[in-house]
Design a protein. Structure first.
Length: 144
């Protein structure tokens, strides 16, 4: 039998009571120590248009060392007492990687690159305009 060191914020440890809401989502950020950002989609009804719209919910959750979820993992989180200013959830179960997560991240990066390319051509035009103004000023100085 393995004996693992369990912290006081471990869900299988008795001191952390899990109560309230439970959600399934995808880990989108794991850069923090023992904390991950989990995101899931939900459908919200728009009264005005009588249709449903997609909304995303993002929350910070405690990532126990026994689970150690990484970016792209599908996880189940449950509500618990506040663990910090923004953390009120803890990861209870890891289901594995979500399909298409890597492709979605790649698409987001490509769209960022495309937006930068669209914004860049405006800069050389401004340089040309300032160069033309300088030439006009020089020619005016020579004529005086």
């Amino acid at each position: 039998m393995k004996t693992e060191a369990k912290g006081r914020k471990q869900p299988d440890f008795g001191s952390l009571s899990l109560r309230g809401r439970a959600f399934r989502g995808v880990v989108i950020n794991d850069a923090m120590q023992k904390t991950v950002t989990v995101e899931w989609e939900r459908r919200k009804k728009s009264q005005k248009y009588e249709r449903y719209e997609k909304k995303r919910t993002r929350v910070k959750a405690h990532n126990p060392e026994s689970i150690d979820a990484k970016k792209g993992d599908l996880v189940e989180i449950k509500e618990c007492r506040p663990l910090s200013k923004t953390k009120n959830f803890v990861i209870v179960k890891k289901f594995g990687e979500e399909r298409l997560f890597a492709e979605r991240e790649k698409g987001l990066e490509e769209s960022k690159v495309r937006q930068k390319k669209i914004e860049k051509p405006a800069e050389p035009e401004e340089e040309l305009e300032t160069a033309e103004k300088e030439e006009v000023e020089e020619s005016e100085d020579e004529s005086d």
